[in-house]
Design a protein around this ligand. Structure first.
Ligand code: 5BU
Length: 283
C-alpha cells in the first residue's frame, strides 16, 4: 500500500468518513487550493473584509474568535454567509485543553457557541482522551471534525516524541469518528511507514515565503517544504497574507492594503498547489 501523500485530494475525499474532512477535501479539489488563511485581526469588519478578499483562493478560514473585540453573533452570520459565497469551511483554532466536561461546555456554550458555526476545531491531548469524548458529544451530531495538536510550529515546542506519537495513536483508535487529523509539521501518521488504517488530514501553520520567523518564537517554512517535502495537506498562512493591513501605510490606505492582501492570497494559493501537484507526480 502506498503513502497517503501520493493520493489526490479528490480520491481521499471519496473515502473520507468524517463529514467535515470530506467537505474540506472536496472543496480543495474543486477550488484547486490547499491554502487556509489565518485571520488574526481584532475587529469584526477587518475579519470579514479579509475573508471576502481572500475567499476565492482558500479552502478554509481559520479564526481566533476570542481576539475579536466587537464580537457578536452577527459576525458569525456574516462569516457563514461568506463561507457560502466563496465556498470555504471555517476552523476555530480554539486549542481545547481541559477535562471532557469543561471542554464540551466551552465548545457548545458561552459567548461564542463555537460548535454552532465552526466546521473544524482542535484540541491538545494533554488532558488525555476524555477531551476527545467531551468534544465529540457536541461535535459529532453536528457533523464537525476535530484535529489533535500533534506538533506545534513555535521554537522549543514540547509537542514531540512520545507525546506526538500518543496523538497519532489516539487519532487512529478514535471510535467517535470525530478526530479527522492533526495540526502538525510533518506526516506524523506515517513515521513508521504508510498509514493504511485511516485517512487523516495534516494542517500546518508556520508558513511564510518572505521571512523565517517572528520575534516571539514563530518559525516559518515555505509551502513547498510543508506540502511536498513534509507531506502535509493544508498550509495555514496568517501575517504572510493579511500583513499588509498591519503596516502604517496599510492603516492609512486600507483599500490599497486589501489589494495586496488579495495578491498575497493568490501567491500562496499558487505556491501550495504547485507543491501538491509535484508531490502527487502531476507536474
Ligand atoms: P502567522 O501569522 O502565519 O504566524 O499565524 C499563524 C497562525 O497559526 C496563528 O493563528 C497561530 O495561533 C496558529 N498556530 C501556529 O502558528 N502554530 C501552531 O503550532 C499552532 C497554531 Br497549533
Amino acid at each position: 500500500m502506498s503513502s497517503i501523500t501520493l493520493k489526490s485530494y479528490a480520491e481521499r475525499a471519496a473515502n473520507q468518513p468524517n463529514a467535515a474532512a470530506k467537505a474540506l477535501l472536496e472543496c480543495m479539489a474543486r477550488k484547486q487550493t490547499n491554502l487556509s488563511v489565518s485571520v488574526d485581526v481584532t475587529n469584526k469588519q477587518d475579519l470579514l473584509d479579509v475573508c471576502d478578499a481572500v475567499g476565492p483562493n482558500v479552502c478554509l478560514v481559520k479564526t481566533h474568535i476570542d481576539i475579536v473585540e466587537d464580537f457578536d453573533m452577527d459576525l458569525v452570520e456574516q462569516l457563514t454567509a461568506l463561507s457560502k459565497k466563496h465556498d470555504f469551511l471555517i476552523f476555530e483554532d480554539r486549542k481545547f485543553a481541559d477535562i471532557g466536561n469543561t471542554a464540551s461546555l466551552q465548545y457548545s456554550s458561552g459567548v461564542h457557541k463555537i460548535a454552532s458555526w465552526s466546521h473544524i476545531t482542535n484540541a491538545h491531548l494533554v488532558p488525555g482522551p476524555s477531551v476527545i469524548s467531551g468534544l465529540a458529544k457536541v461535535g459529532v451530531p453536528l457533523n464537525r471534525g476535530l484535529l489533535l495538536l500533534a506538533e506545534m510550529s513555535s521554537a522549543g515546542a514540547l509537542t514531540k516524541g512520545s507525546y506526538t506519537q500518543a496523538c497519532v495513536d489516539e487519532a487512529k483508535k478514535d471510535t467517535t469518528g470525530f478526530v479527522c487529523g492533526f495540526i502538525a509539521m510533518s506526516r506524523v501518521d506515517e513515521k513508521e511507514g504508510p498509514n493504511t488504517e485511516k485517512d487523516l488530514l495534516i494542517l500546518t501553520p508556520g508558513v511564510g515565503l518572505d521571512v523565517k520567523g517572528d520575534s516571539l518564537g514563530q518559525q516559518y517554512r515555505t509551502p513547498d517544504q510543508v506540502i511536498r517535502e513534509s507531506g502535509c495537506d493544508v498550509i495555514i498562512v496568517g501575517r504572510g497574507i493579511y500583513g499588509p493591513l498591519m503596516t502604517e501605510e496599510g492603516k492609512k490606505d486600507k483599500k490599497a492594503a486589501f489589494v495586496k492582501v488579495r495578491e498575497q492570497g493568490e501567491r500562496y494559493k499558487k505556491a501550495g498547489w504547485e507543491a501538491y501537484l509535484a508531490r502527487i507526480g502531476q507536474k
